[in-house]
Design a protein around this ligand. Structure first.
Ligand code: BG6
Ligand code: MG
Length: 217
């Protein structure tokens, strides 16, 4: 079926924010008395803020925190993260992302964001990317985390398209599952080991163009 819309994850697809999430989670871990490695951080990709905190506490062997304490920890991590992303510059947009979004628009293909992040608008505004999207569905607009397809189904709906007319771009396994669960095709960004269920896997959006997109059946 003809591709009429593209739905983009944000972190790891359009911007390299994983390093900032990592720095902020690690600060919290160190405050709690343990170290949090980059390998541990892999488990947080595509995962919501509170679910990420649960993984972090599990890694540190920390049990018995109340809901209130958890909310306070997540808020502290987020404050550190927001501080880091407030210094981002347009040079931190991943290679090829802006060009590909512009090429899609030129070719009449609709574009939506489909991100779990509640900080998506801050990031897109800071990097001057808001205008390139026809719809923005982020963590403030969904209640179910990936691999639930809610974020992408809402994206397709906001573009006035059927799921099967859309292609999702995702770097995280949970996001790829969300696309599949929503009945959409998916381009994986990163390693084929993690993303082998995707219709196509590339290293980044610099390897994408409309001609290549249309080879996805
Ligand atoms: C996802 C990231 O895009 O957003 C996760 O991959 C992050 O690492 C999640 O936890 C939620 O982000 P935020 O900005 O709402 O804490
Ligand atoms: Mg991602």
């Amino acid at each position: 079926m003809e591709i009429k819309g593209c739905l983009f994850d944000l972190d790891g697809v359009i911007v390299d924010t994983a390093k900032y999430h990592y720095i902020a989670w690690r600060q919290l871990a160190q405050k709690l008395g343990f170290d949090f490695t980059e390998k541990d951080n892999e488990r947080l990709k595509g995962v919501s803020r509170m679910a990420s905190l649960e993984i972090l506490l599990e890694v540190g062997g920390i049990k018995g925190k109340s809901e209130e304490e958890k909310q306070a920890m997540a808020a502290e991590k987020n404050a550190n993260y927001v501080d880091l992303i407030s210094k981002m510059t347009p040079e931190e947009v991943l290679p090829g992302a802006t060009d590909f979004l512009k090429e899609l628009r030129k070719n009449g293909i609709k574009i939506s964001l489909g991100s779990a992040s509640k900080n998506a608008m801050t990031i897109l505004t800071r990097l001057g990317l808001v205008e390139l999207f026809d719809a923005i569905i982020d963590g403030t607009k969904v209640s179910k985390a990936k691999p639930d397809p809610e974020v992408f189904l809402k994206g397709a709906e906001a573009l006035g398209l059927k799921p099967e007319e859309c292609v999702v771009f995702e770097d995280a396994a949970a996001g790829l599952e969300a696309a599949i669960n929503g009945g959409m095709r998916c381009v994986g960004i990163g390693s084929p080991d993690v993303l082998h269920r995707a219709n196509m896997v590339v290293n980044g959006l610099h390897e994408m163009n409309v001609e290549k997109l249309n080879t996805i059946k």
